[in-house]
Write a protein that binds this ligand. Sequence first.
Ligand SMILES: NC(=O)c1ccc[n+]([C@@H]2O[C@H](COP(=O)([O-])OP(=O)(O)OC[C@H]3O[C@@H](n4cnc5c(N)ncnc54)[C@H](O)[C@@H]3O)[C@@H](O)[C@H]2O)c1
Length: 338
Amino acid sequence: MPYRLSACQRPGLASLCGHACRVAAGVFPDFSVAKDRARYVGLPEADDRDHYVDRESFARYTNVCSPVHDDFKSLQSLPQEDQLMTADFSLSGGVALVTGAGSGIGRAIALGLAGAGAHVGCVDRVPGNVEATAAEILAAGSRAVPVAADVTDPAALSAAVAQIESALGPLTLGVNAAGIASAAPAEIMPGEQWRQVIDVDLTGVFLSCQAEGRAMIRNGGGSIVNIASMSATIANRGLHQAHYNSAKAGVVHLGRSLAWEWAAYGVRVNSISPGYTYTPMTQRPEQRDAMEGYAKDTPLGRNAQPEDMVGPVVFLLSRAASFVTGVDLLVDGGHVIW
Ligand SMILES: NC(=O)c1ccc[n+]([C@@H]2O[C@H](COP(=O)([O-])OP(=O)(O)OC[C@H]3O[C@@H](n4cnc5c(N)ncnc54)[C@H](O)[C@@H]3O)[C@@H](O)[C@H]2O)c1
């Protein structure tokens, strides 16, 4: 039974990519929606001819569109059951943009993605730190490019995507970890302090997703993981941070919103919510001395190291999570269940 491809960009199998294959798969059953979307993201305007292709070629060509291209060669020496699992979790051939890659959780994730096979664009507002992360990845034999950019600046983020794509290839993976924190009782918090945290921790994540999402839509799909916080779920005892908690709750719901909007393009959007993690952020005076107490309040009996965030992020980015979108994964040692 041949597949009917409404709204092909041009005749022939070459058109079986990105937008067109999703039309064929029935994600855009309504041709006019498909056409509008194609125009919006800058694809060549769809024509209204129907094209036909057999089931086998359709499957083959839609596989080519998969955001993660697996390299099975290095896996061939493993037992068959291990090969199957490892391939699903591999990011081999993927190109990633990681914000906040100069420190803490973002840095650990940038290194972890490279370890899982991705090429990594390391983005941070501190040039020296982001260069150091990229240098570590290069020294380990993977590919990386450092980019200094502020996540509150949409033009800088577009330029970062362009720079990463020209150095490493089409963007398919995004992790948004850039963030700041501060504290002030709500009744006296200056408006400027509220706005600064919302600008970086919520608007900065939206702008990062927007720059990454535009590229992924163009590239035929991708996967984004935002770094929220368990502060999206709880109001941390003893910490006066209404701005931070609100921003993180916003990041979780932003993920759900983008997940449905971009599902049609093959772009998945999820978040993880770390618990207390040893990084420069938790060395602030209001947190540093409380860390030991937090560990006692955590069922697993300790706080996190930045590396604890790598596995959950790799999973959500990988093909192993191909049916997971719009979720927030708490990575908190069980802190919120007490
Ligand atoms: N450490 C924790 O306990 C914890 C817990 C939950 C969530 N988080 C979240 O994890 C993420 C990473 O935090 P971390 O603990 O690694 O902190 P960190 O301070 O070590 O790293 C944050 C990084 O973000 C960068 N950054 C800040 N503002 C930026 C901007 N405007 N543009 C570009 N880069 C910017 C900083 O330069 C820094 O490199 C943050 O979103 C944070 O809210 C941290």
